[in-house]
Design a protein around this ligand. Structure first.
Ligand SMILES: [Zn+2]
Length: 353
């Protein structure tokens, strides 16, 4: 799907080249090629690095959404709305800059259209829990309950930024329906937990409907996403359509790891269990899985992984382990590749005594 769109972009670029008959021949053909690929330019922005983030090495395959937020900072009654919003913009940048808090966003936007980038595009910001790896987080200085948050200047900058990111990272320039709780992109990962899997221009309320409502009812989703698509077309690119729920859900998995036994004695076998759930689980092959590096744990005896459950939406792999000596150690995360995206499990601890 993404490759088809990219191909269309190249065809457009080629058409542009042939119509420029009077342009002098470039000395570096690659430089000229790069110049010809239709793409909105990055908007003007400041750079203030955030404290917390995760090195991501992300690719367009693994990034599927832009999540829009409002900062919801303190509101002082004695100040005007304009002053409050401007203070909030600066305050949130300082908040994310601090190393002692575990939250950040890729971008913070101000009421006058200012954009401050705080996390590199290829890295993961700590903005919206389970959805971080696959998304960009944009914090707009303001309040979801106040319509005056959405100044023309802020919205215009947000259009520009989203158009740039949608083309570069091949993100659909549409607002998907539903939330983690309901709608076509909702997925249950166990009896108690649901997740949102939609792609495109997403609101925080869709990812975490249990505790978030931003950017709120005053955010003009329809008009906004139409403007992002218009902007993309102005630069000669074609907006990417939303994938169908079947396409999205067919590649979703959520993986967990655990040690099957409660207590382990020296020399006795115990089991590392990797569980992969979700509609795409059955399609995961052994070569799509990177198991933890067991060799870093001294004296550990490791069997080959065995598939002990295999259904369309549930796959379990087990590895039998043993260690002749007592001690405590951590087994690192497994990584599972699905639809171009890496899903990490948590690490698990073992005590042998
Ligand atoms: Zn939010």
């Amino acid at each position: 799907m993404k490759h088809l769109i990219l191909l269309a972009a190249f065809v457009l670029a080629a058409a542009g080249l042939s119509s420029c008959a009077h342009r002098s021949a470039p000395s570096d053909p690659m430089a000229d090629w790069a110049w010809e690929i239709p793409s909105p330019p990055p908007p003007h922005m400041a750079w203030v690095p955030a404290g917390p983030f995760r090195k991501g090495e992300r690719t367009p395959e693994s990034v599927t959404a832009i999540v829009i937020h409002t900062t919801e900072g303190g509101y002082k009654k004695e100040l005007s709305h304009v002053e409050n919003q401007e203070n909030n913009f600066r305050g949130v940048i300082n908040y994310f800059k601090a190393n002692d808090r575990n939250v950040s966003a890729h971008y913070v936007m101000g009421r006058n259209g200012e954009i401050c980038q705080m996390v590199n595009e290829s890295d993961v910001a700590h903005t919206q829990t389970y959805y971080n790896g696959r998304a960009f987080g944009i914090e707009c200085a303001g309040w979801s309950s106040r319509p005056e948050t959405w100044t023309p200047e802020l919205l215009e900058s947000l259009v520009e930024l989203c158009a740039y990111l949608c083309v570069k990272w091949e993100i659909p320039a549409y607002h998907p329906e539903g939330t983690a709780y309901e709608g076509p992109y909702s997925i249950a990962i166990d009896d108690d937990n649901k997740r949102f899997t939609g792609h495109g221009l997403v609101g925080h309320y869709q990812v975490q409907p249990w505790n978030k409502s931003d950017p709120g009812d005053h955010f003009p989703w329809e008009e906004f996403s139409e403007r992002v698509r218009e902007r993309i077309r102005q630069y000669g690119a074609e907006p990417i359509e939303l994938p169908t729920p079947e396409e999205v859900l067919g590649t979703e998995i959520f993986a967990t790891a655990r040690i099957a036994e409660e207590s382990v004695s020296p020399g006795a076998p115990f089991t590392y269990q990797l569980t992969i759930r979700g509609p795409g689980a059955g399609a995961v092959a052994l070569e799509d899985i990177v198991f933890p590096d067991f060799s870093v744990i001294d004296g550990l005896v490791v069997s080959a992984p065995k598939r002990t459950a295999s259904a369309a939406a549930l796959v379990i792999y087990e590895i039998e382990l043993s260690r002749p000596t007592a001690g405590r150690f951590q087994i690192g995360a497994s990584r599972i590749k699905m639809g171009g995206r890496w899903n990490d499990t948590q690490t698990v601890g073992v005590r042998i005594e």
